[in-house]
Ligand binder design. Structure first.
Ligand code: SF4
Length: 245
C-alpha cells in the first residue's frame, strides 16, 4: 500500500510523548489562515511511499524511540485524507510494539477507513482550530460539523485525547470563543491534556515562498497576559490545561 508523504522528521519532540518518528502526510482540505504548512495542501505534491518503506526506515530509529518512550506520529497536511494508508501503517506499528499518535484537525467523514484507523490509534492529538459555530469557517474554510462527529466518535472509543488550540488574535483570542471551545472540549471524557498555543508567524515565509499573500499580515502574536487570560478560562471549565509558561 502506498501513500503521499510531504516529509519525515525522525527526532520529533512536540508531537506526543518521547521522541517521535513524524510522518507529514501530503494533502489537506482545510485552509487555515495561519497555516504553517501550506506546502502540504496539494494532494498531488510530495512523494509516494510504501508502508514497507516507512517501516524499514522507522526500524533504524527504534533505539531512540524505545528508550524515550516515544513512537510514531502521523500529521500533515491532514492524515485523515489518507486514512487507509495511515491505518495500515499504524496496524503494522502496533504489531511491532510502536506507540501510534494521530495529529489531526478531525475533519473527515466517519468512513470505514477512518474508523479502522482510530482502532489502531493509541493517542489522538486533536487540533481544535476554532469553536463550534460562528467563525470556524472564516478561519479554516470548513464548518465544524464533521469535526464534532469525529471527536465524539473518538471519545466514545475511549482513545486518549490531547487537545491543541492556537490562540489567534482577532479570531480565537477572544474570551467568548475560548468559553465555547472549552465547553466543547469539556464534553469529551477522554481528554487528558489541553495545550493552548500562542499564534506565531513561523509559517509566513512558506506562504511567501509559494507566492501567496500571508492572510494574517497585520496580526501580531498575543501577549503573555492575553495567553494567561485564555488559560484561566480553560481552567475554570475544569480542563487539564498545560501551564502557559
Ligand atoms: S489543518 Fe493544518 S495543514 Fe491543514 S490548513 Fe490547517 S494548519 Fe494547515
Amino acid at each position: 500500500m502506498t501513500g503521499r508523504i510531504h516529509s519525515i522528521e525522525t527526532m520529533g519532540t512536540l508531537e506526543g510523548p518521547g521522541i517521535r518518528y513524524v510522518v507529514f502526510l501530503q494533502g489537506c482540505p482545510l485552509r487555515c489562515l495561519y497555516c504553517h504548512n501550506p506546502d502540504t495542501w496539494r494532494s498531488n505534491d510530495g512523494r509516494e511511499e510504501t508502508v514497507d518503506g516507512v517501516m524499514a526506515d522507522l526500524a533504524g530509529y527504534r533505539g531512540f524511540i524505545d528508550a524515550s518512550g516515544g513512537g510514531i506520529t502521523c500529521t500533515g497536511g491532514e492524515p485523515l485524507m489518507q486514512a487507509s494508508f495511515v491505518g495500515e501503517l499504524f496496524r503494522r506499528c502496533r504489531k511491532k510494539g510502536v506507540h501510534t499518535a494521530l495529529d489531526t484537525s478531525g475533519y473527515a467523514e466517519l468512513s470505514e477507513p477512518v474508523r479502522k484507523l482510530l482502532e489502531t490509534t493509541d493517542l489522538l492529538l486533536l487540533d481544535i482550530k476554532h469553536a463550534p459555530g460562528p467563525g470556524h469557517k472564516e478561519l479554516t474554510g470548513v464548518s465544524f460539523d464533521r469535526i464534532r462527529a469525529f471527536a465524539k466518535h473518538a471519545d466514545a472509543e475511549r482513545i486518549p485525547i490531547w487537545i491543541r488550540h492556537v490562540l489567534v488574535p482577532g479570531y480565537t483570542l477572544d474570551p467568548e470563543v475560548s468559553k465555547r471551545v472549552a465547553a466543547f472540549v469539556a464534553e469529551l471524557a477522554s481528554v487528558e491534556r489541553v495545550d493552548l498555543l500562542p499564534y506565531h508567524e513561523l509559517g509566513r515565509h512558506k506562504w511567501e515562498a509559494l507566492g501567496r499573500q500571508y492572510p494574517l499580515d497585520t496580526i501580531a502574536p498575543p501577549t503573555r497576559e492575553e495567553v494567561s487570560a485564555a488559560h484561566r478560562i480553560f481552567e475554570a471549565a475544569g480542563l487539564p490545561v498545560t501551564p502557559p509558561f
